[in-house]
Design a protein around this ligand. Structure first.
Ligand code: ADP
Ligand code: MG
Length: 310
């Protein structure tokens, strides 16, 4: 199979029904049309074997996750995903791997009618780069800046499951924890619903401690978080002791939930949204003056910190 056979066979799908695609895969570049009054939102993330996923990860899960982590960034901006490009570096043209990888990728893409409109293919150590393109009404992007003293801090879903899954060996991993690590669901509906409501937002990829820190830096503010309020799944609560669960929830990455801030008078709207979307949205703390991130916990040994690559 040569390069063009691979692209045609695994990645070139009919995107004629997808909104705004003028020219997809097969020309020198893709052409899309951005609706009137909307802005284009762009993000890119790379997954490298051994760094972002263990070498044992199933190809379908890699395909899903490579797209999911990018969609999570669009969710955090409040954008609606439309088009993606994919740059693949493969050690060899393994048809079984490509079949499974592309199926995982398109399984998630199909749920949101996202069109794969181009990419690149090279040989080397396994690495996957996705660029996702979304749209939103002009001027309405959610950003990390904008949190104000008194705003309440919320997180979606449960935290710490993916981080816990990483600490387990293959035989210990249950379906639930595997799913949480390998098949994150980007919070796209939530992100879009938070436009005009959240004063700031970020997705939790590197752990709450580090990602909330970005909100504080961008908004020049501090936060007080009650570690007792951090939402933890029943599965995690059953698997580890309370302090370990709180530590994972505060510091472990890969959950791809959203953290956002809301003015106190809008808190009631967050509760309504939680009902409407059937997503737990938990108030975990408050934005305060200064720039410190305080964890209000009785049994904490040392300050929580985030995962960093360097
Ligand atoms: P060029 O040499 O002009 O850069 P390529 O030969 O790299 O073009 O790619 C040919 C077409 O296939 C382009 O439309 C490109 O976007 C698309 N493409 C290449 N690799 C991928 C991929 N992994 N997934 C989707 N589309 C791809
Ligand atoms: Mg090229």
């Amino acid at each position: 199979m040569n390069e063009f056979d691979i692209i045609r066979h695994y990645f070139q799908r009919d995107v004629s029904t997808h909104k705004g695609v003028r020219t997809g895969i097969g020309d020198d570049a893709a052409v899309v049309s951005v609706p009137n009054g909307q802005e284009l939102v762009l993000t890119m993330d790379t997954l490298i074997e051994g760094v972002h996923f263990p070498a044992t990860t199933a190809a379908a899960d890699i395909g899903w996750k490579a797209l999911a982590v990018n969609l999570s960034d669009l969710a955090a901006m409040g954008a609606e995903p439309r088009w993606v490009t994919l740059s693949l570096t493969l050690p060899e043209a393994d048809s079984d791997w490509l079949e499974k990888f592309s199926n995982g990728f398109f399984e998630l893409a199909g749920q949101y009618s996202i069109a794969l409109i181009g990419g690149d293919l090279t040989r080397g150590q396994l690495s996957i780069t996705v660029q996702a393109h979304g749209v939103l009404p002009a001027g309405q992007a959610l950003t990390r800046g904008g949190a104000r003293t008194g705003d309440r801090i919320f997180v979606s879903g449960c935290l710490g499951d993916a981080g816990f899954a990483l600490t387990m060996n293959n035989s210990q991993q249950t379906d639930y924890f595997c799913q949480r690590l390998n098949r994150p669901m980007p919070r796209l509906a939530l992100g879009q619903a938070l436009r005009g409501l959240a004063s700031s937002a970020i997705d939790i990829s590197d752990g709450l401690a580090g990602d909330l820190r970005h909100i504080l830096d961008a908004g020049d503010c501090g936060a007080r978080v009650d570690t007792g309020k951090l939402p933890v799944s029943a599965a995690l609560a059953a698997a580890v002791d309370g302090e370990s669960a709180r530590r994972l929830a505060a510091t472990a990455g890969d959950d791809y939930e959203l953290c956002f801030t809301v003015a106190p008078h809008d808190v009631v709207l967050v509760d309504q949204l939680s009902q409407e979307l059937a997503i737990p949205l938990t108030a975990i703390g408050t934005i305060v003056a200064g720039n410190a991130l305080d964890w209000n916990s009785s049994d904490q040994a040392s300050p929580y910190s985030a995962f960093q690559h360097f």
